[in-house]
Write a protein that binds this ligand. Structure first.
Ligand SMILES: Nc1nc2c(ncn2[C@@H]2O[C@H](COP(=O)(O)OP(=O)(O)OP(=O)(O)O)[C@@H](O)[C@H]2O)c(=O)[nH]1
Ligand SMILES: [Mg+2]
Length: 358
Protein backbone atom coordinates (compact mmCIF):
# COMPACT_ATOMS: atom_id res chain seq x y z
CA UNK A 1 0.00 0.00 0.00
CA UNK A 2 2.69 2.57 0.89
CA UNK A 3 4.35 1.66 -2.45
CA UNK A 4 1.16 2.60 -4.30
CA UNK A 5 1.08 5.98 -2.59
CA UNK A 6 4.72 6.59 -3.51
CA UNK A 7 4.07 5.66 -7.17
CA UNK A 8 1.05 7.98 -7.31
CA UNK A 9 3.01 10.81 -5.71
CA UNK A 10 5.91 10.38 -8.17
CA UNK A 11 3.49 10.34 -11.11
CA UNK A 12 1.81 13.48 -9.85
CA UNK A 13 5.16 15.31 -9.57
CA UNK A 14 6.21 14.21 -13.07
CA UNK A 15 2.89 15.32 -14.58
CA UNK A 16 3.08 18.65 -12.78
CA UNK A 17 6.65 19.21 -13.94
CA UNK A 18 5.67 18.36 -17.52
CA UNK A 19 2.84 20.87 -17.29
CA UNK A 20 5.19 23.58 -16.04
CA UNK A 21 7.73 22.78 -18.78
CA UNK A 22 5.11 23.00 -21.50
CA UNK A 23 3.34 26.05 -20.18
CA UNK A 24 6.40 28.20 -19.83
CA UNK A 25 8.22 29.64 -22.75
CA UNK A 26 10.48 32.55 -22.26
CA UNK A 27 11.48 35.00 -24.95
CA UNK A 28 14.68 35.62 -26.82
CA UNK A 29 12.95 38.38 -28.74
CA UNK A 30 13.28 38.10 -32.50
CA UNK A 31 13.35 40.88 -35.05
CA UNK A 32 12.23 39.23 -38.18
CA UNK A 33 11.20 39.65 -41.72
CA UNK A 34 11.42 36.36 -43.43
CA UNK A 35 10.19 34.14 -46.15
CA UNK A 36 10.81 30.48 -46.97
CA UNK A 37 14.01 29.60 -48.77
CA UNK A 38 13.69 28.18 -52.22
CA UNK A 39 14.13 24.42 -52.38
CA UNK A 40 17.52 23.31 -53.59
CA UNK A 41 19.07 19.89 -54.08
CA UNK A 42 20.57 18.24 -50.99
CA UNK A 43 24.28 18.94 -50.32
CA UNK A 44 26.95 16.56 -51.46
CA UNK A 45 28.26 13.65 -49.41
CA UNK A 46 31.39 15.27 -47.86
CA UNK A 47 29.25 16.85 -45.17
CA UNK A 48 27.74 14.68 -42.47
CA UNK A 49 24.33 15.89 -41.42
CA UNK A 50 22.69 14.32 -38.41
CA UNK A 51 19.01 14.64 -37.87
CA UNK A 52 17.78 14.42 -34.33
CA UNK A 53 14.32 13.50 -33.07
CA UNK A 54 11.82 16.19 -32.15
CA UNK A 55 12.42 17.91 -28.82
CA UNK A 56 10.93 16.53 -25.67
CA UNK A 57 9.50 18.92 -23.12
CA UNK A 58 12.01 19.16 -20.29
CA UNK A 59 10.98 18.00 -16.86
CA UNK A 60 12.16 20.49 -14.33
CA UNK A 61 11.35 22.27 -11.18
CA UNK A 62 9.91 25.79 -11.01
CA UNK A 63 12.66 28.19 -12.03
CA UNK A 64 13.92 30.79 -9.63
CA UNK A 65 13.45 34.40 -10.75
CA UNK A 66 16.23 36.39 -12.38
CA UNK A 67 16.51 38.34 -9.15
CA UNK A 68 17.11 35.11 -7.29
CA UNK A 69 19.61 33.92 -9.88
CA UNK A 70 21.57 37.14 -9.54
CA UNK A 71 21.51 36.64 -5.79
CA UNK A 72 25.28 36.65 -5.44
CA UNK A 73 25.77 39.87 -7.43
CA UNK A 74 22.84 41.47 -5.68
CA UNK A 75 23.91 40.58 -2.19
CA UNK A 76 27.43 41.75 -2.87
CA UNK A 77 26.29 45.22 -3.87
CA UNK A 78 23.39 45.72 -1.52
CA UNK A 79 25.30 44.63 1.59
CA UNK A 80 28.00 47.13 0.87
CA UNK A 81 25.67 49.92 -0.18
CA UNK A 82 23.99 49.81 3.19
CA UNK A 83 27.38 50.19 4.91
CA UNK A 84 28.67 52.78 2.56
CA UNK A 85 25.78 55.16 2.14
CA UNK A 86 25.51 56.04 5.79
CA UNK A 87 27.38 59.34 5.82
CA UNK A 88 28.26 62.02 3.28
CA UNK A 89 31.99 62.30 3.66
CA UNK A 90 34.84 61.69 1.23
CA UNK A 91 35.56 58.33 2.73
CA UNK A 92 31.99 57.15 2.17
CA UNK A 93 32.10 58.04 -1.49
CA UNK A 94 35.51 56.47 -1.93
CA UNK A 95 34.12 53.33 -0.35
CA UNK A 96 31.23 53.33 -2.81
CA UNK A 97 33.70 53.69 -5.67
CA UNK A 98 35.66 50.75 -4.31
CA UNK A 99 32.50 48.65 -4.10
CA UNK A 100 31.65 49.41 -7.71
CA UNK A 101 35.18 48.54 -8.80
CA UNK A 102 34.96 45.26 -6.90
CA UNK A 103 31.73 44.55 -8.74
CA UNK A 104 33.75 44.87 -11.98
CA UNK A 105 32.55 48.24 -13.10
CA UNK A 106 36.05 49.36 -14.02
CA UNK A 107 37.81 52.28 -12.32
CA UNK A 108 36.90 55.00 -14.81
CA UNK A 109 33.24 54.08 -15.01
CA UNK A 110 33.05 53.70 -11.23
CA UNK A 111 34.61 57.13 -10.67
CA UNK A 112 32.19 58.75 -13.09
CA UNK A 113 29.19 57.07 -11.51
CA UNK A 114 30.18 58.10 -8.00
CA UNK A 115 30.80 61.67 -9.09
CA UNK A 116 27.36 61.87 -10.71
CA UNK A 117 25.54 60.20 -7.82
CA UNK A 118 27.29 62.44 -5.34
CA UNK A 119 26.39 65.66 -7.11
CA UNK A 120 22.84 64.40 -7.68
CA UNK A 121 22.51 63.58 -3.99
CA UNK A 122 23.76 67.02 -3.01
CA UNK A 123 21.42 68.81 -5.43
CA UNK A 124 18.40 66.93 -4.22
CA UNK A 125 19.53 66.93 -0.58
CA UNK A 126 19.25 63.16 -0.46
CA UNK A 127 20.12 61.62 2.87
CA UNK A 128 18.16 58.43 2.87
CA UNK A 129 19.89 55.21 1.78
CA UNK A 130 16.87 54.17 -0.26
CA UNK A 131 16.86 57.42 -2.24
CA UNK A 132 20.57 57.06 -2.86
CA UNK A 133 19.95 53.58 -4.15
CA UNK A 134 17.44 55.01 -6.64
CA UNK A 135 19.93 57.65 -7.74
CA UNK A 136 22.58 54.98 -8.21
CA UNK A 137 20.17 52.77 -10.15
CA UNK A 138 19.38 55.69 -12.49
CA UNK A 139 23.07 56.34 -13.04
CA UNK A 140 23.80 52.69 -13.79
CA UNK A 141 20.85 52.50 -16.14
CA UNK A 142 22.11 55.55 -18.03
CA UNK A 143 25.11 53.43 -19.10
CA UNK A 144 22.79 51.35 -21.28
CA UNK A 145 21.46 53.55 -24.10
CA UNK A 146 17.76 52.84 -24.58
CA UNK A 147 18.02 52.89 -28.36
CA UNK A 148 20.64 50.15 -28.50
CA UNK A 149 19.32 47.12 -30.39
CA UNK A 150 19.28 44.04 -28.18
CA UNK A 151 17.16 41.64 -30.17
CA UNK A 152 18.76 39.01 -32.36
CA UNK A 153 18.80 39.68 -36.10
CA UNK A 154 17.09 37.37 -38.54
CA UNK A 155 17.66 37.22 -42.30
CA UNK A 156 14.99 38.50 -44.66
CA UNK A 157 15.37 35.15 -46.37
CA UNK A 158 16.50 32.07 -44.38
CA UNK A 159 18.86 30.84 -43.25
CA UNK A 160 19.75 33.40 -40.62
CA UNK A 161 23.39 32.82 -39.79
CA UNK A 162 24.68 33.33 -36.26
CA UNK A 163 28.37 32.90 -35.47
CA UNK A 164 29.30 32.21 -31.85
CA UNK A 165 32.81 33.08 -30.62
CA UNK A 166 34.76 33.47 -27.40
CA UNK A 167 37.63 32.24 -25.25
CA UNK A 168 37.78 28.68 -23.91
CA UNK A 169 35.03 27.45 -21.66
CA UNK A 170 32.92 30.61 -21.55
CA UNK A 171 29.74 28.71 -22.45
CA UNK A 172 29.54 28.99 -26.24
CA UNK A 173 28.26 25.50 -26.92
CA UNK A 174 25.85 25.60 -23.99
CA UNK A 175 24.48 28.93 -25.18
CA UNK A 176 24.01 27.48 -28.65
CA UNK A 177 22.02 24.62 -27.12
CA UNK A 178 19.84 27.07 -25.24
CA UNK A 179 19.30 29.19 -28.34
CA UNK A 180 18.39 26.11 -30.37
CA UNK A 181 15.86 25.12 -27.71
CA UNK A 182 14.29 28.56 -27.71
CA UNK A 183 14.08 28.69 -31.50
CA UNK A 184 12.64 25.18 -31.70
CA UNK A 185 10.01 26.22 -29.19
CA UNK A 186 8.99 28.97 -31.59
CA UNK A 187 8.68 26.52 -34.45
CA UNK A 188 11.96 27.44 -36.17
CA UNK A 189 14.13 24.81 -37.77
CA UNK A 190 17.71 25.00 -36.55
CA UNK A 191 21.00 23.63 -37.81
CA UNK A 192 24.23 23.66 -35.83
CA UNK A 193 27.65 23.82 -37.48
CA UNK A 194 30.38 22.01 -35.57
CA UNK A 195 33.16 24.40 -36.59
CA UNK A 196 35.01 23.62 -33.36
CA UNK A 197 37.14 20.96 -35.01
CA UNK A 198 39.95 21.51 -32.52
CA UNK A 199 38.68 19.75 -29.42
CA UNK A 200 38.02 16.04 -29.93
CA UNK A 201 34.70 15.86 -28.08
CA UNK A 202 33.35 19.21 -29.29
CA UNK A 203 31.08 17.85 -32.02
CA UNK A 204 29.72 15.17 -29.68
CA UNK A 205 28.78 17.86 -27.18
CA UNK A 206 27.03 19.79 -29.93
CA UNK A 207 25.24 16.63 -31.10
CA UNK A 208 23.87 16.10 -27.59
CA UNK A 209 22.38 19.59 -27.60
CA UNK A 210 20.99 18.92 -31.07
CA UNK A 211 19.32 15.76 -29.84
CA UNK A 212 17.76 17.63 -26.96
CA UNK A 213 16.44 20.39 -29.19
CA UNK A 214 15.62 18.65 -32.47
CA UNK A 215 18.29 20.55 -34.44
CA UNK A 216 20.47 19.05 -37.16
CA UNK A 217 24.27 19.07 -36.93
CA UNK A 218 26.75 19.54 -39.75
CA UNK A 219 30.23 18.25 -39.00
CA UNK A 220 33.47 17.16 -40.63
CA UNK A 221 36.37 15.06 -39.40
CA UNK A 222 38.24 16.23 -36.26
CA UNK A 223 40.98 18.67 -37.24
CA UNK A 224 39.14 19.76 -40.40
CA UNK A 225 39.21 23.37 -41.52
CA UNK A 226 36.55 25.22 -39.47
CA UNK A 227 35.88 27.54 -42.40
CA UNK A 228 35.02 24.55 -44.58
CA UNK A 229 32.57 23.22 -41.99
CA UNK A 230 30.90 26.62 -41.72
CA UNK A 231 30.70 26.94 -45.50
CA UNK A 232 29.16 23.49 -45.95
CA UNK A 233 26.76 24.07 -43.08
CA UNK A 234 25.51 27.24 -44.73
CA UNK A 235 25.03 25.48 -48.07
CA UNK A 236 23.25 22.62 -46.34
CA UNK A 237 21.01 24.96 -44.34
CA UNK A 238 19.99 26.78 -47.47
CA UNK A 239 19.35 23.56 -49.37
CA UNK A 240 17.18 22.24 -46.57
CA UNK A 241 15.27 25.45 -45.97
CA UNK A 242 16.59 25.72 -42.39
CA UNK A 243 15.52 28.89 -40.58
CA UNK A 244 18.58 29.50 -38.41
CA UNK A 245 22.14 28.19 -38.69
CA UNK A 246 24.25 28.61 -35.56
CA UNK A 247 27.99 28.14 -35.98
CA UNK A 248 29.94 26.86 -32.97
CA UNK A 249 33.63 27.72 -32.93
CA UNK A 250 36.57 26.54 -30.86
CA UNK A 251 37.42 28.50 -27.74
CA UNK A 252 40.50 30.59 -28.33
CA UNK A 253 42.62 33.03 -26.41
CA UNK A 254 42.10 36.55 -27.66
CA UNK A 255 45.87 37.06 -27.39
CA UNK A 256 46.74 34.35 -29.94
CA UNK A 257 46.93 36.08 -33.28
CA UNK A 258 46.84 32.99 -35.56
CA UNK A 259 43.69 31.76 -33.81
CA UNK A 260 42.03 35.14 -34.10
CA UNK A 261 42.99 35.22 -37.79
CA UNK A 262 41.37 31.81 -38.18
CA UNK A 263 38.16 33.21 -36.74
CA UNK A 264 38.24 36.15 -39.12
CA UNK A 265 38.61 33.59 -41.91
CA UNK A 266 35.58 31.59 -40.75
CA UNK A 267 33.58 34.77 -40.94
CA UNK A 268 34.90 35.66 -44.39
CA UNK A 269 34.13 32.18 -45.69
CA UNK A 270 30.57 32.38 -44.36
CA UNK A 271 30.17 35.78 -45.99
CA UNK A 272 31.00 34.39 -49.41
CA UNK A 273 27.44 33.15 -49.58
CA UNK A 274 25.62 35.96 -47.79
CA UNK A 275 25.47 37.93 -44.55
CA UNK A 276 26.36 36.80 -41.08
CA UNK A 277 23.37 38.16 -39.16
CA UNK A 278 24.82 37.91 -35.67
CA UNK A 279 28.31 37.41 -34.31
CA UNK A 280 27.76 36.66 -30.65
CA UNK A 281 30.69 36.90 -28.28
CA UNK A 282 30.20 34.72 -25.22
CA UNK A 283 31.85 36.14 -22.12
CA UNK A 284 32.04 34.45 -18.74
CA UNK A 285 30.94 37.05 -16.18
CA UNK A 286 33.27 35.52 -13.61
CA UNK A 287 36.27 36.53 -15.77
CA UNK A 288 35.84 40.09 -14.52
CA UNK A 289 37.67 42.92 -16.23
CA UNK A 290 39.35 40.48 -18.58
CA UNK A 291 35.98 40.36 -20.33
CA UNK A 292 36.57 43.88 -21.57
CA UNK A 293 39.89 42.95 -23.13
CA UNK A 294 38.33 39.87 -24.74
CA UNK A 295 35.47 41.91 -26.14
CA UNK A 296 37.85 44.41 -27.71
CA UNK A 297 39.99 41.75 -29.41
CA UNK A 298 37.09 39.62 -30.66
CA UNK A 299 35.31 42.71 -31.94
CA UNK A 300 38.40 43.61 -33.96
CA UNK A 301 38.83 40.11 -35.38
CA UNK A 302 35.27 39.00 -36.00
CA UNK A 303 33.04 42.08 -35.84
CA UNK A 304 30.98 41.26 -32.76
CA UNK A 305 27.33 42.36 -32.94
CA UNK A 306 26.23 41.28 -29.47
CA UNK A 307 27.45 39.83 -26.22
CA UNK A 308 26.13 36.88 -24.27
CA UNK A 309 27.19 37.22 -20.65
CA UNK A 310 27.17 33.77 -19.05
CA UNK A 311 27.46 32.35 -15.55
CA UNK A 312 25.82 35.36 -13.98
CA UNK A 313 24.25 32.89 -11.59
CA UNK A 314 27.66 32.07 -10.17
CA UNK A 315 29.36 35.41 -9.66
CA UNK A 316 29.21 38.35 -7.33
CA UNK A 317 30.27 40.60 -10.17
CA UNK A 318 27.78 41.62 -12.81
CA UNK A 319 29.40 45.00 -13.42
CA UNK A 320 31.37 43.89 -16.46
CA UNK A 321 28.13 44.20 -18.45
CA UNK A 322 28.06 47.92 -17.80
CA UNK A 323 31.75 48.41 -18.52
CA UNK A 324 31.60 46.65 -21.88
CA UNK A 325 28.57 48.61 -23.01
CA UNK A 326 29.97 51.88 -21.84
CA UNK A 327 33.49 51.37 -23.16
CA UNK A 328 32.91 49.51 -26.43
CA UNK A 329 29.28 50.26 -27.21
CA UNK A 330 28.57 46.59 -27.97
CA UNK A 331 25.11 45.58 -26.70
CA UNK A 332 24.69 42.77 -24.21
CA UNK A 333 21.92 40.77 -25.87
CA UNK A 334 21.54 37.71 -23.70
CA UNK A 335 22.54 36.50 -20.27
CA UNK A 336 23.24 32.96 -19.11
CA UNK A 337 21.98 32.21 -15.62
CA UNK A 338 22.53 28.48 -15.31
CA UNK A 339 23.44 25.31 -17.16
CA UNK A 340 19.96 24.22 -18.19
CA UNK A 341 18.14 24.61 -21.51
CA UNK A 342 15.98 27.42 -20.23
CA UNK A 343 18.70 29.36 -18.45
CA UNK A 344 19.11 31.99 -21.13
CA UNK A 345 17.41 35.36 -20.76
CA UNK A 346 17.13 38.38 -22.99
CA UNK A 347 19.18 41.15 -21.44
CA UNK A 348 17.00 43.91 -20.12
CA UNK A 349 19.04 46.74 -18.55
CA UNK A 350 16.27 47.86 -16.21
CA UNK A 351 15.59 44.39 -14.83
CA UNK A 352 19.32 43.78 -14.57
CA UNK A 353 20.06 46.97 -12.62
CA UNK A 354 17.03 46.44 -10.41
CA UNK A 355 18.11 42.88 -9.74
CA UNK A 356 21.61 44.08 -8.86
CA UNK A 357 20.51 46.77 -6.46
CA UNK A 358 17.26 45.58 -4.99
N1 LIG B 1 26.51 28.20 -13.97
C1 LIG B 1 26.56 28.33 -15.29
N2 LIG B 1 27.33 27.50 -16.02
C2 LIG B 1 27.36 27.65 -17.36
C3 LIG B 1 26.61 28.66 -18.01
N3 LIG B 1 26.86 28.55 -19.34
C4 LIG B 1 27.71 27.51 -19.49
N4 LIG B 1 28.03 26.96 -18.31
C5 LIG B 1 28.95 25.84 -18.03
O1 LIG B 1 30.25 26.19 -18.43
C6 LIG B 1 30.97 25.05 -18.86
C7 LIG B 1 31.56 25.28 -20.24
O2 LIG B 1 30.51 25.40 -21.16
P1 LIG B 1 30.69 25.14 -22.72
O3 LIG B 1 29.39 25.47 -23.35
O4 LIG B 1 31.29 23.82 -22.99
O5 LIG B 1 31.75 26.27 -23.04
P2 LIG B 1 32.48 26.53 -24.46
O6 LIG B 1 32.70 28.00 -24.52
O7 LIG B 1 31.73 25.92 -25.56
O8 LIG B 1 33.86 25.79 -24.22
P3 LIG B 1 35.00 25.47 -25.34
O9 LIG B 1 34.29 25.01 -26.55
O10 LIG B 1 35.86 24.42 -24.71
O11 LIG B 1 35.75 26.74 -25.56
C8 LIG B 1 29.99 23.90 -18.84
O12 LIG B 1 30.17 23.20 -17.64
C9 LIG B 1 28.62 24.60 -18.83
O13 LIG B 1 27.62 23.84 -18.22
C10 LIG B 1 25.81 29.55 -17.20
O14 LIG B 1 25.13 30.49 -17.65
N5 LIG B 1 25.83 29.33 -15.85
MG1 LIG C 1 32.35 24.62 -27.04
Amino acid sequence: MPETIVVIAVLAVVLLALGVGLARRRPVPPREAESRAEERPAPEAATAVETAPAPVAPIEEERPSLRERLRKSRKFLSDRLADVLGADDDETWEDLEAVLIQADLGPEVAAQIVQDVRSGARERRVRDVEELRVLLADELLSLFPAERERTLSFAAEPPSVWLVVGVNGTGKTTTIGKLAADLAGRGRSVSLAAADTFRAAADEQLSIWAERTGATVVKHQPGADPGAVAFDARASARARGIDVLIVDTAGRLHTKTPLMDELAKVRRVLEKEGDVHETLLVIDATAGQNGLVQAREFADAAGVTGIVLTKLDGTAKGGIALTIERTLGIPIKLIGVGEGLEDLEPFDPKTFVEALLS
